[in-house]
Design a binder for this molecule. Structure first.
Ligand SMILES: Nc1ncnc2c1ncn2[C@@H]1O[C@H](COP(=O)(O)OP(=O)(O)OP(=O)(O)O)[C@@H](O)[C@H]1O
Ligand SMILES: [Mg+2]
Length: 199
């Protein structure tokens, strides 16, 4: 399965979600890989720093650019491929989305972020789901976001990623931590949705 992780806004959890979902899939026994299609190279840097520290990620992260992305996606031979994208590069986003089985749009619930996520979602003509990320479920904005999804039939994961300072400590490590802070549940939902499709 190929999963594009996309948002036209920066800093919305794309790289964290790509790497953490890859690790969640790996823990369930799937072969996984990440393609870093962001010229900022955050996912590749995660892999490099972890490797240099002697604590490498347990899956490969390879980079891709506009010219190589489609070919690299098609050539990947793994159970789950996560494609991390750049926020401001429509060509990269289009290539990732059009070659993916599902697009995940991570977002906070602040009005400006949610608005951009919905704009990204509505522009897609392929299967997509919003992932509420870095959220406090006691907050009114969270409740409003869930209501909006319900009212407007917007596809969103029921599982979500809470605000967790610990996630910052997990960056640049092999992810040898007991909890993935919600990504296990998101992956379970994702896998269920992709494998029962059409039944
Ligand atoms: N669950 C979390 N709670 C709090 N902070 C988090 C959480 N997950 C990630 N972060 C932090 O949020 C910041 C943005 O995350 P990330 O880099 O994954 O976003 P991005 O969408 O890939 O950004 P960019 O658009 O620059 O590529 C990072 O500093 C990261 O450590
Ligand atoms: Mg990123």
């Amino acid at each position: 399965m190929r999963i594009a992780v996309v948002n036209t806004k920066g800093g919305t959890g794309k790289t964290s979600s790509s790497i953490m979902l890859a690790e969640a899939a790996r823990r369930k026994g799937f072969t996984v890989a990440v393609i870093d299609a962001d010229p900022q190279g955050s996912a590749s840097k995660w892999a490099e720093v972890a490797e240099e520290a002697g604590d490498p990620l347990r899956f490969d992260v390879t980079d891709a650019n506009r010219a190589t992305l489609a070919r690299k996606i098609k050539a990947a031979n793994v159970g789950y491929l996560l494609i991390d994208t750049a926020p401001g590069d429509p060509a990269i986003i289009d290539a990732a989305v059009s070659h993916a089985d599902l697009t995940i749009i991570p977002t906070r619930t602040t009005p400006a972020d949610l608005d951009r996520a919905l704009e990204t979602y509505r522009a897609l003509s392929t299967p997509a789901a919003i992932l509420l990320w870095n959220i406090d479920s006691r907050h009114q904005l969270y409740k409003q976001a869930r209501e909006l999804f319900e009212e407007e039939d917007i596809v969103a994961f029921g599982a979500e990623i809470p605000t967790r300072e610990e996630v910052n400590k997990m960056w640049f490590t092999s992810l040898d931590f007991p909890s993935l802070h919600g990504y296990e549940e998101v992956f379970a939902e994702l896998h269920e949705a992709l494998t029962t499709e059409g039944e």
